[in-house]
Write a protein that binds this ligand. Structure first.
Ligand SMILES: Nc1nc2c(ncn2[C@@H]2O[C@H](COP(=O)(O)OP(=O)(O)OP(=O)(O)O)[C@@H](O)[C@H]2O)c(=O)[nH]1
Length: 467
């Protein structure tokens, strides 16, 4: 059955005709507003209550004049509505359907979709018009929000595109050689600096594995480090920075500093390798290091005794100054132990100078066991030695000195596995006095005590009386 012939619909038509209450009920319940316009007297137009309530007005106060809505409609939209009205009158197939803006009583804008059909008389002349108003403000607002979001997305997309272009430009223009590497180390992309560094045109570089530029001896180590870096379980620094030894395309060795940066892409992770040639810098560092080591050796030589390898008189003087100052500043004890081999001339005379040298060397090694780390042990004369002993008072210095005398007397020095030589030593000790302005008085007192030990028969310790 065609829709218009449905019996219930027909029944509803007649009900509306017969009973105005039915129509009232329908229009009050409709979500859209209704209007009915007298085209013969266009100032008259009936509008359902909903139209006015949607615009914030009291419907009981309106007088059904077309001027009422024409005053609050946006004037551009009114023009559009009138143009459409004219077209619809001329051609019934032209829909009267437009979205227009009304001014709400509170000043805000209300969007209304306004649709209508012209009703014609028996002469086919339009004489009435029936229409509906739908409030589409919420729809318009969400449309506007959607457009704003779209704009933001467009903007973000444009920024990302720009950033990508910029990073491509930076990749190319960077002062360093740049390579993009895949997970296996294949070179995907190279910039101009890379061409120069590896002395290889870009189209060839981009067909190589980076490992073809690694010296054989380092290959396994570098491959392992590279694999580790790409491993998803890798927990080390995300920025990999190392100095590496590699080769250029012609096989010439280069020292480079490489920074690897992992970049996730749609096709998987790639590494951006930024490479700087530090061959010259490395050579310079090595030469400086060599120089430094040489200087340190020279310095050590300048402060040590060539025969016994312990400190010489010059270093002894420096350390006396330093330890004296420290002891005065921190009010600490300081003692000096001087000892001298007894009758050493006889050793030289009896066994020869070379044997005498060996005795000096062996004695030095022997005495080292009585010297603490904080002490300074030095050869201050031909067969004369000194121990600067910080934090050591007179009694403690005497104990050390007596031990040296006793142990030396007991210890036979065996030279060339055959000659056994017994020696004794004489020792003089002195301790820092509060009246000592410099380290010289301390030295002089220890020297006097040593002289005294010699004078009193050698093989003994004498302690300086002043302390
Ligand atoms: N083999 C050797 N002998 C040295 C060295 N330096 C100094 N002498 C010797 O040490 C001896 C020191 O002799 P003297 O000053 O008379 O003293 P001494 O014979 O030890 O007698 P007293 O010190 O009085 O017990 C000299 O024979 C020097 O030649 C050295 O580097 N090697």
């Amino acid at each position: 059955m065609p829709r218009s012939e449905n019996y219930l619909k027909k029944e509803l038509y007649s009900l509306i005709k017969e009973d105005a209450k039915i129509f009232e009920f329908l229009q009050s319940g409709a979500t859209d507003g209704m209007w009915y316009w007298d085209l013969e007297q266009p100032e008259n137009e009936w509008m359902s209550d909903r139209f006015w309530t949607e615009l914030g007005y009291d419907p009981t106060k309106n007088s059904h004049h077309a001027s009422e809505w024409q005053d609050i409609i946006n004037q551009d939209d009114l023009q559009l509505a009138l143009e459409n009205f004219q077209k619809h009158c001329d051609d019934p197939n032209h829909p009267y359907d437009q979205e227009v803006r009304y001014r709400h009583k509170d000043g805000s804008t209300v969007w209304i979709r306004c649709r209508g059909i012209v009703i014609r008389n028996s002469n086919n002349q339009p004489y009435r018009m029936l229409g509906v108003h739908s409030n589409i403000t919420a729809l318009k607002e969400s449309e506007a929000r959607y457009r704003t979001s779209l704009k933001k997305i467009d903007h973000a997309y444009a920024s990302v595109k720009l950033a990508l272009e910029e990073s491509e430009r930076l990749f190319e223009m960077a002062p360093d050689a740049n390579l993009k590497l895949d997970v296996r180390g294949n070179i995907i992309k190279a910039n101009q600096q890379a061409e120069e560094l590896f002395a290889c045109p870009r189209n060839k570089l981009e067909q190589l594995s980076v490992f073809s530029l690694v010296p054989l001896a380092k290959l396994e180590k570098y491959q392992q480090a590279f694999r580790q870096y790409f491993d998803p379980c890798y927990t080390g620094d995300s920025l990999f920075k190392k100095s590496l030894a590699i080769l250029d395309y012609a096989g010439r060795p280069l020292t480079i500093e490489v920074t690897l940066n992992l970049i996730p892409t749609r096709a998987g992770k790639i590494a951006l390798a930024t490479i700087r040639d530090i061959s010259e810098k490395e050579a310079l560092i090595q030469s400086l290091q060599h120089q430094l080591e040489e200087n340190q050796k020279l310095h050590a030589l300048a402060l040590s005794d060539p025969l016994t390898k312990i400190f010489n008189k010059r270093h002894f003087n420096n350390m006396m100054l330093e330890e004296h100052n420290k002891a005065v500043r921190h009010q600490q004890r300081l003692s000096l132990i001087l000892f001298d081999i007894d009758h050493f001339k006889a050793v030289n005379d009896n066994y020869g100078h070379d044997v005498g040298d060996k005795v000096l060397m062996q004695l030095t090694l022997f005495i080292k066991q009585f010297v603490r780390e904080e002490d300074t042990f030095a050869r201050v004369g031909g067969e004369e030695f000194a121990i600067i002993a910080p934090f050591t008072n007179t009694d403690a210095a005497l104990t050390i000195a007596e031990r040296i005398v006793e142990e030396c007397a007991k210890h036979p020095f065996v030279i060339n596995d055959q000659q056994q030589i017994n020696i004794t030593v004489s020792v003089g000790t002195a301790s820092l006095s509060s009246t000592d302005k410099t380290w010289s008085p301390l030295f002089e007192r220890a020297d006097k005590a040593l002289y005294q030990a010699k004078r009193l028969g050698r093989d003994q310790v004498q302690v300086s009386a002043i302390f």
